[in-house]
Design a protein around this ligand. Sequence first.
Ligand code: FES
Length: 106
Amino acid sequence: MEPYARHVLVCTGGFCSTERRGRALYSQLASLLQREGMLFGPARVKRSETPCLGVCAGGPVIAVYPEGVWYAPVTPDLLERIVVEHLKGGRVVESAVFHRLAPPPP
Ligand code: FES
């Protein structure tokens, strides 16, 4: 299997976003990754939908790995910034981060 550079988890559940706006974001993410040429090659990104990330408020919630950066509330415009600036450009969209994984113990 060709390796992935990043993995994006999109919550499509109905608790963090009662209108389940994560569903539309999950579809939009596919289009953006295709547009930016990130479905194949060294910058390849895996996207997955999940019914819950355990936050359940203020969503939709998106988590990006391996950085362990969590974004919310994600709008279509913010998703485009995350793809272009973070996934493609390597610069986290700091203003939209609400949680980060703790660094691994030494
Ligand atoms: S339903 Fe989205 S985080 Fe729980």
